[in-house]
Ligand binder design. Structure first.
Ligand SMILES: Cc1cc2nc3c(=O)[nH]c(=O)nc-3n(C[C@H](O)[C@H](O)[C@H](O)COP(=O)(O)OP(=O)(O)OC[C@H]3O[C@@H](n4cnc5c(N)ncnc54)[C@H](O)[C@@H]3O)c2cc1C
Length: 444
């Protein structure tokens, strides 16, 4: 193959050898694999500014990539150029209430940095091994989203390299059309190279309460009342397969800094807490934020971190949640979860949500329903993807939406329906900043 980029010099490296580009044809989902033509491991904004016009002139489509933790090829580019941002990972200006950070930095490294100054981003995803640019291109849901919205609702400004190779600074007041088309835009309007994010004082410690109910009704009723009451800073829940059947876990946490310690009996009152069955633990904020690291180490040990992960992520209107979960639970065997699977299930109020491309169901309360399932082989993974699609169709039929980081195949018509009234936000920005469609929409 002629390397059309060979006349360019980069601070990073351009690779075209299939052995070196192979990683970019994989992702956490492990279901699809689209070999790219080339991968630029960018080390500077200048690398990206230089490569985009050349890719455009040669009709080579471009896909930005963070940590590749999407599940169905969202960060892959068949015969295109993948721009790997993970080496663009510096933390820049930090003040008492905001930080500017390169898009390839992980949330883990950003938090490690801000905590040195006693500060934290408002919303953290459960797993911090994702990139700033990757979650800002998707949404970024976490246990504090009921209070602060998703991570895209908490971006103050972005630097974006657009198809013409220019770096544009955008925010809600400066080039707002670009800003709103990039947040939650899955890399279809340019490459985010830097983000400015708000910070708040970090709590020193976290009191985490886990309650294991025998029925989903108890879980959901308690989640709804806790959401309304606002007792906890962090609010989540999980459906867990156990040898004795499904168990429904409330997972909530109160943040504090000594000496302002919460009272356990107040935290646990009125939520069906049973001391002999349930748990209260006290952790540092860092231990809590990185709580999945231990699970990841375990899954790496069992090999499940490398198996296919056909994870669907759905958002449901609260009013439809009960009927919807009855439907999917009837459609689900323990064996469908894999050894370590679970279903995330938790509510959020939508008052703080406002990212146009992060598509929400109607209503002031919504539920995240995410099937974190592990497939033992490719055939099983395909069966699960088919089932995901069935769940998605059922969700849509009652006003639900997808959080499209997972493994639900989307057609062009699905994207149009998904974007709904926000279609114009993307279309107008594409017309202005990417008229030749250098950053195409990806389907699987
Ligand atoms: C174990 C695990 C736990 C997770 N937990 C959560 C969770 O709690 N909450 C949540 O919201 N999500 C969660 N996710 C999903 C994850 O946050 C998203 O898939 C996220 O997009 C992954 O970030 P990434 O850096 O891996 O992005 P990638 O997979 O590399 O990219 C995602 C998308 O963003 C685009 N993109 C990436 N970087 C840029 C950039 N700099 N500029 C423009 N476009 C870009 C890509 O082209 C692609 O379309 C989890 C995923 C895993 C595997």
């Amino acid at each position: 193959m002629t390397n059309v980029f060979s006349h360019l010099s980069f601070d990073g490296t351009m690779v075209i050898d299939p052995a070196e580009t192979a990683f970019a044809a994989t992702d956490f989902g492990g279901i699809v694999g689209y070999p790219p033509l080339a991968v630029l491991r960018a080390r500077s904004t200048a690398d990206i500014e230089a490569v985009l016009p050349v890719a455009a002139a040669n009709n080579i489509s471009v896909v930005p990539r963070g940590c590749g933790h999407t599940s169905l090829g969202q960060a892959q580019a068949l015969d295109g150029l993948v721009i790997d941002l993970t080496a663009l990972d510096e933390v820049h200006d930090l003040t008492e209430d905001q930080v500017t950070v390169d898009a390839g930095a992980t949330w883990n490294s950003l938090l490690a940095h801000t905590l040195q100054y006693g500060l934290t981003p408002r919303v953290l995803t459960d797993y911090l091994g994702t990139s700033i640019g990757g979650t800002l291109s998707a949404g970024g849901i976490g246990g504090t989203s009921h209070r602060y919205g998703v991570q895209t609702d908490n971006a103050l400004a972005l630097d974006v390299v657009t198809a013409d190779g220019a770096t544009r600074h955008c925010s809600p007041t400066e080039l707002p059309d670009l800003f709103h088309a990039v947040l939650g835009g899955f890399g279809q309007c340019g490459v985010i190279v830097r983000a400015t994010l708000p910070l708040i004082p970090a709590p020193a410690r976290v009191r985490r309460v886990k309650v294991y109910y025998p029925t989903i009704d108890e879980l959901v009723a308690n989640q709804r009342s806790l959401l309304a009451e606002g007792r906890f800073d962090f609010l989540q829940g999980e459906i867990l397969p156990t040898p004795g059947g499904w168990v429904y876990m409330l997972d909530v946490a109160s943040y504090y800094t000594p000496p302002h310690e919460p009272y356990d009996d107040v935290l646990a009152s009125g939520i069906g807490f049973v001391a002999s069955r349930d748990k209260i633990e006290d952790l540092t904020y860092w231990e809590f934020a990185t709580r999945l690291d231990e699970t990841v180490t375990y899954l790496e040990g069992t090999g499940e971190w490398e198996t296919p992960h056909p994870w669907p992520n759905l958002l449901l209107p609260d009013a439809e949640l009960d009927a919807f979960t009855s439907g999917i639970m009837a459609d689900l065997e323990h064996a469908d979860m894999g050894a370590s699977g679970l279903i995330l299930l938790y509510p959020m109020t939508t008052a703080a949500f406002g990212t146009p491309l992060f598509r929400l169901p109607e209503g002031s309360t919504i539920y995240l329903v995410a099937g974190l399932r592990f497939a033992t082989d490719a055939a099983k993974a395909q069966d699960m993807v088919t089932k995901n699609r069935r769940w998605y169709d059922a969700a849509v039929s009652v006003g639900g939406t997808s959080y499209p980081t997972g493994a639900i195949p989307f057609t062009s018509a699905d994207w149009t329906r998904h974007l709904g009234t926000a279609q114009a936000v993307l279309a107008e920005a594409k017309a202005r900043y990417d008229p030749s469609n250098l950053f195409p929409r990806r389907f699987a």
